[in-house]
Write a protein that binds this ligand. Structure first.
Ligand code: PBG
Length: 331
């Protein structure tokens, strides 16, 4: 036998043979598209740090839903930008809140489109934290209260399900949120509504553009007492273990790019569907470099997406979803 003994290049010789041996692919069915709904009317305002992503008032939402549907995208993730904020985030669980109104309308326009509701309080609280804030005089600092916050999250999730949300996606990182929401949904008769838990959510700088978009930056302090430390991975398994035990139907890793190892760890450990959230700054960085002409946007995005799949993600939440669906159609 002649040297080299192994010729891996044999399976790379043509487009067809590469297609034959390809291990992973991205499909439009894998994609979840986030949408920001805002109060008011006639509003379609581009988010400056996220070119191509808009704030939409409900009367401008229909065209977006039609576009998403025509592209074959099956699921959207709904974020609300409310008019009214207060200490308890009451418009998050208002039956006529922005998310509830939008969910109801979307189900009228396209009952088949899966509406996933982000369940959190930070866009709805005046202090921008994901829960009830209590100032502890003795300690001289503010705290986000865990158990009282759960009650508000349950109310939010139930009102979202009532409005027609197909999947509840709690992103608040309080302890026990999956169990509390599961119980609340079941008691209200929504035992069939799945929970897509933001199980492994890091306290990340990659949410910056989103916080501009959702007007949800904390007014003081940070989210480090509830979101995870980027330095930790074993802790992520404890988070995910808890969510699985509490009845989560999907497990999410967020952000995605700098946390591909966590996608793989969860894939190897659990049989539930794994969701990667390709977050706002991951989008903005690509957009900025592409606008400069420094990178090939389509090639970079598709390589990133197949990377998420290879790492073990079943589903990808991404602001690129419409572009990807278009590119896949063109092929
Ligand atoms: C709400 C929430 C955030 C994101 C999704 N849901 C912001 C945060 O936790 O501060 C970030 C999404 C993104 O950056 O694209 N808790």
């Amino acid at each position: 036998m002649s040297f080299p003994l192994v010729r891996n290049r044999r399976l790379r010789t043509s487009h067809a043979i590469r297609n034959l041996v390809r291990e992973h692919a991205v499909s439009t069915y894998d994609l979840i598209y986030p949408i920001f709904v805002t109060h008011g009317s006639g509003i379609k305002e581009e988010i400056s740090s996220m070119p191509g992503v808009y704030h939409l008032s409900i009367d401008r939402l229909e065209e977006e839903i039609r576009e998403v549907t025509a592209l074959g995208i099956q699921a959207i993730l709904l974020f609300g930008v409310p008019e009214h904020k207060d200490a308890h985030g009451s418009s998050a669980y208002d039956a006529n809140g922005i998310v509830q109104q939008a969910a109801r309308r979307i189900k009228e326009w396209n009952p088949q489109l899966l509406v996933i509701a982000d369940t959190c309080l930070c866009q709805f609280t005046d202090h921008g934290h994901c829960g009830i804030v209590h100032f502890d005089e003795a300690k001289g600092r503010a705290e986000v209260l865990n158990d009282p916050t759960l009650e508000l999250l349950v109310k939010t999730a139930v009102s979202q399900a009532e409005a027609g949300a197909d999947i509840i996606a709690p992103s608040n990182m309080m302890d026990g949120f999956v169990y509390a929401i599961r119980q609340g949904l079941d008691e209200a008769g929504y035992e069939h509504v799945p929970i897509m838990s933001y199980s492994v959510k890091y306290s990340s700088s990659f949410y910056g553009p989103f916080r501009d978009a959702a007007h949800s930056a904390p007014q003081f302090g940070d989210r480090k007492t509830y979101q995870m430390d980027p330095a930790n991975s074993r802790e992520a398994l404890r988070e995910a273990d808890a969510d699985v035990a509490e009845g989560a139907d999907f497990l999410m890793v967020k952000p995605a790019l700098a946390y591909m190892d966590m996608i793989r760890m969860l894939r190897d450990r659990y049989d539930l569907p794994i969701v990667a959230y390709n977050v706002s700054a991951e989008y903005s960085m690509v957009k900025a470099a592409a606008a400069q002409g420094w990178i090939d946007e389509k090639a970079i995005v598709m390589e990133t997406m197949v990377g998420f799949k290879r790492a073990g993600a079943d589903l990808i939440i991404t602001y690129f979803a419409k572009d990807i669906a278009r590119w896949l159609k063109e092929e």
